[in-house]
Design a protein around this ligand. Structure first.
Ligand SMILES: [Cu+2]
Length: 345
């Protein structure tokens, strides 16, 4: 196994990472980017339904909506999640990520084990991934992957619990998930052109899910269904123009490197899907790079991050006629994407 386009990534380094992944019991991709930075963020949980979301009534977005705005502060070079919500009841919640920044972002939810908190992630996990990435970016690929052995043991017990998928500047991404009580981390590990993870530049934040139970229900009407496996997206339903609420069932344990997730990409006429596949790999020096000066090569329109097998999540997208692809966050050597066309009505 080699990384296409990056010949210096060797089989050995991949195996190293694979065994690390297994020992950790989680997806290495998912934890690549935590570094620390102050996060004074403001969140807004607007406990309303479709009102504040502007969704059609039939999309039946759940009553509990957490709004998070992704921002960039050029004076401090901080990428931040801004919200005034730090605590929510357990149960169904919709996370709406509004991208008011010049970079692509996402928001992945991570359930931390025991009493671990975002401070532990910031001090013990983020720096390790950043050091690993710095080594990889400097050409020391094997040393970079070996660095991941410095991750704390508890990191292997982190559970990835979905969250709004990749979204380009000026767009919003919305995902609905069912969360059990616990301490969560919300983070984005897109990278800057210098190879710094957004989470290392502030885009990481804690969220407490309390024992109190929300009465929110999942979306009652969906227009598309997906069954995510290691082989594909299993789309059922008519992929037509307009707004869709998509039900996603996580039907298979994650492949060796990443969990099964899905993101929607709008393709231009000269879109190169191999380039997209390489970009979707955070461990590639050019992978997942998007900042104020470096645009991502594609328009990302939302999706949902991985969840444990058996879970269900929902996300909404707005489709207009054109070319698209569903794409998963995978290593560049094992890409997963599916192109499709939305016809004019
Ligand atoms: Cu980001």
């Amino acid at each position: 196994m080699t990384f296409p386009g990056q010949p210096f990534v060797t089989v050995q380094s991949l195996d190293m990472r694979a065994s690390l992944d297994m020992s950790l019991g989680t997806n290495p991709r998912r934890r690549n980017m935590n570094i620390m930075t102050p996060m004074r963020i403001t969140l807004i949980i607007a406990c309303t339904m479709q009102l504040s979301c502007g969704h059609r009534e039939e999309s039946a977005i759940t009553p509990s909506v957490v709004k998070i705005t992704a921002t960039y502060n050029p004076e401090t070079n901080e990428h931040l999640f801004v919200t005034d919500v730090d605590e929510i009841p357990s149960g169904w919640t919709t996370f709406r990520l509004i991208n008011a920044s010049p970079a692509v972002h996402f928001l992945v939810l991570e359930l931390l084990p025991g009493a671990k908190s975002v401070e532990n992630s910031v001090s013990e996990v983020v720096p390790v991934f950043q050091q690993a990435m710095d080594l990889i970016s400097g050409g020391q690929v094997e040393d970079g992957f070996a660095k991941l052995a410095d991750l704390p043991k508890w990191f292997g017990d982190v559970r990835f619990m979905g969250g709004p998928g990749l979204v380009s500047p000026g767009r919003s991404s919305e995902a609905t998930v069912h969360l059990e009580p616990g301490n969560y981390v919300m983070e984005c590990y897109i990278k800057t052109a210098e190879g710094k993870f957004h989470s290392a530049l502030g885009m990481i934040r804690g969220l407490t899910v309390t024992q109190e139970r929300s009465e929110a229900a999942p979306p009652s009407q969906v227009s598309l269904r997906m069954r995510l496996t290691n082989e594909g997206f299993g789309v059922h339903g008519e992929v037509s123009s307009g707004r869709h609420t998509i039900e996603v069932r996580f039907a298979e344990e994650k492949p060796p490197f990443l969990g099964n997730d899905v993101h929607l990409v709008q393709l231009g006429e000269d879109a190169n899907l191999e380039k997209l596949a390489t970009w979707m790999d955070w461990s590639q020096p050019g992978g997942m790079v998007s900042d104020h000066g470096t645009a991502a090569p594609f328009q990302f329109m939302g999706g949902t991050h991985e969840m444990p097998m058996g879970s269900t999540a929902y996300f909404t997208v707005e489709l207009t006629p054109g070319r698209y692809a569903w794409v998963s966050e995978r290593s560049a050597q094992d890409p997963l994407y599916e192109e499709f066309t939305v016809a004019a009505r």
